[in-house]
Every structure is written in structure tokens, then in C-alpha cells.
Design a protein around this ligand. Sequence first.
Ligand code: BES
Ligand code: MN
Ligand code: ZN
Length: 500
Amino acid sequence: MTVPKFSLTDNTDDAVATSKAEVIIVGTVRGADNAQLAEGAAGVNAAFDGRLLAALTTLGATGKAEELIKVPTMGRLTAGAVYAVGLGKLGDGGLDPEQVRRASGVAARALAGTKRALNTLSVLDLQAAVEGSALGAYSFTEYKSEPGDAPVAKVDVLAPTEGTAKAHRATLKAATAIAESVLIARSLINTPPNDLFPASFAERAEELAKANGLDIEVLDEKALKRGGYGGILGVGSGSSRKPRLVRLRYQGSKPVKKVALVGKGITFDTGGISLKPAASMDKMTSDMSGAAAVLATVVLAAKLKYPLDITTYLPLAENMPSATAYRPGDVLRLYGGKTVEVLNTDAEGRLVLADAIVRACEDEPDYLIDTATLTGAQAIALGNRTPGVMGTDEFRDRVAGIAKRTGEGGWAMPLPEELRADLDSKLADLANVTNHRWGGMLAAALFLREFVAEGTPWAHVDIAGPSYNSDSPWGYTGKGGTGVPVRTLAAVLADIAENG
Ligand code: BES
Ligand code: MN
Ligand code: ZN
């Protein structure tokens, strides 16, 4: 997972004029009825004799988000071109870091084929500019015989005027590590299910654990049987690729708190015997996005040395229909002993998560977060860019607030008590679905709640829509896996490390 090589450039008067970059990136802001130059554009503007904005306006610049206008420098700078990228309108609190992140991403996508660029948006927000550039530059070409234009190799970033060089270097290092982890998740998601199945996913986790000094334990099918993990085994029973439960542990020094992370890892979800329709079933290659995010996050925690004790669980299974598959009507005995009547084999995520959540609670975490591509209802309710956040009231609100601030988005959703009774089963302790479609995201979360140890602050992040982009690229998000909610999980961990 390579990100461009970033270097800090001193913000001197001639930094832009002497830059060896091929392209200089400047920002434009949307004003009342015209575009304005963002801070950082002064050097380019000077080389254009103060007429950069006039040139951009002639070319139709408005400063709106996602706008990109290319201007040749005609020898005024060593660089051949200026890319002016729209940041959008200023909010009440000024520029939001996410505006810088997205604009940098738009520019980075347009830089494919360029070797070296200078991004001046970093003077607005260094971390956001680096993250946006790194995420926007990403493309997954592992399976292409001819990969096409290479992502931009080097990105110089102008140092912000405030703060010390040492602080800037630390920011750059953290932003690079964060972006790298998002890309670890994206690449796992983008790896097709014939190559990424429970055992091969577990192997990748082992490689990452080794490289980052994490403890890892992988339960294979036999161990899962011995342990009584009926959810993971039931869901995985239809596949020739046997399920796994991966446990990773990062122990920071002088840990402030114990945090457990659980991520749904269905390496492909056909729906099982309750088969999904063929149209867009291929999207279910992303049904392990939760596990990918959790794995990428614990790797990041180790790299950034968070003072936390973190255990993560990745329940991995492939949901297939076959002669050995679990059936609608089966009763599974989950880890910890609760029984579940399976009324729909396509509601498989909650079954593997329930096993993992019960196991995670045995570690007695101070906080528990799970994330999953759990319900189509999430995307119906909140669209493709806003995860639904449920759980215990206080922690849910904390996670949703942080999610919003990272720019990944997240919205607190309720757990209406009246829906809980709809999960009652005549036969078992619980049914895995209700007999209606209303509040599907909330019903799934209520199911999970049954498995969270009493009193544990818990947040459940449903990322069915936001984990995967089937639409056009936008901001720093290309097609395919997005890596959501890695940055949110990282920010929650950082917040817990700081505030307990
Ligand atoms: N993996 C799906 C949810 C999903 C749907 C993710 C669309 C991404 C995009 C999940 O396993 C599922 O099939 N959920 C069912 C639950 C239903 C049977 C109660 C759903 O949402 O339809
Ligand atoms: Mn399903
Ligand atoms: Zn699924």
C-alpha cells in the first residue's frame, strides 16, 4: 500500500517559483457570486502578475467543490501547469478540514501520470491535505495487465505558517500512517473473493500482525467447533472455504483503557439458501469491509503507539448456498449458549458478529465498537455516504460526533424498544430477522445488543452503503472499497487515549 512520497517545503516567498514540481495545486473558494483564491495561492498568483483569479474566472472557475481547472504556466513557473481545485463555500467556522481533504483528493486523482506535484492546500490544513492526497492517489491495479497512468509519486506540501517544523513532521507522519491504513482496508476490500476467503484473509492478518508487532490467534474450523462458535460455523457451513475467527491484540504501554473492536468479515455474501438476486450481487465482495477496517485500525494503533489495550475480532466466513449450507429454519447455538432460529440465511452478519461480540466481552473491555456492512436498510435510511451509529446512548453519540468530525460521516440512530419483541422466536431464544422490513438497520442492531455484556459502552457502526463506492469517484474516494470507517475508529481510539 504505497502512498506518494510527501515532503515538507518551507513556505518562503519563492517556494513556488523554485519548485521542481510539474504541477502546482492551488485552492479556490466559492464566494457570494465569484471564486476567490485560497490561502497558499499567493506564490502562483505573483508569478501570474496578480492575474491568476482573472485567468481562472475566464475559464469558468466558481470555487465549488469537485471543480478542477487546469492552467498552463507558459514559462512563468518551472512547473508546467497549475491545477486550481474548488474547496466550496466557507462554513460558519471557516474551512472544514474535510473540504481540504476532498479538494486534495480531487487534485490527486487528476495527477495520475504526473511524477511530482506541489500542494499548497497544506497551508490550510496539513493533515487533511496529506490524507486527501494519499487517498485520492490510490488506485487498485493488482489485476490489470496494463495498469495505466501511475499515481503521482511525489507530493511536496507547503508548510503551514503556524506551528514548528517538528510539529509539522509529526503531523505528516501521522497523516501518512492514517492514509496507509485506510489503503490497507481498501485493498483488502478490492481483492476479489476467489482470492480473499477466510483462510487467506487470516493469512494477511498474520502478515500484518508480524510486521507490526501484534499478537495474533487464528481459530480454524476445528477450534471453532471446540469453542462452540455456532454462528460463524453455521454461516460458513455452505462454503468449501472454511471459516476462521481472528483475534489480534495490541498492548500499548501504560494503557489508559481496554477497547474491543469487532468487524464483520463475510468474504462473499450470496445470501446463502435465501439467495440474493443476481443483479449487483458482485458488490457483496465488500461484505468483509468491517473486518478490513478493524484490522487496518489495530495496525494503525500499533504504528501510532496509542496508549491503549486493544483486542480485535474478525469473524470470517463465506455465505454460500450448497448441500452443506445452513437453512432457513435451522437453530444455531451461538458462542456463550444463546440459541437463534435462522429465518433468513441472508441475515448472516449478525450471527457471526454475535459470536465475536460475546467472545470480545469476555476480555471485559471498557468500550466495544463493532462495524459491519450489516443491512441494506442502512443505505435506504442514510444513503451511501453516512454510516448509521447505534449502541448505548452516551458512547453512540460520542462515536457519531467523532465520525462527523473526521469527514467520514456518521449519524446516531435509535434502538426502538418496540422492535425488540419482533425478534422473538417460538422455537429459540431469538430469531435472526423480524417478519417485516421496518427499521431493518435498527432491528439488526437490537439483535446485536442481546450479545453485548451488560453495562459495556457499545457502538455499532453500519457501513453497508459507505464502505463501497459503486458510483463515480468523488473527493478522495475512487471506485471500490472506501476504507470507511478506519479514520473514525482511529479518531475514537485517539479520543479515548486522551480523555479516557
Ligand atoms: N451484506 C448484507 C447487507 C448489505 C446490503 C451490504 C447491501 C451492502 C449493500 C447483509 O448480509 C444482508 O444481506 N442483510 C439483509 C438483512 C435482511 C435479510 C434482514 C438485507 O439488508 O437485506
Ligand atoms: Mn446477507
Ligand atoms: Zn452480509
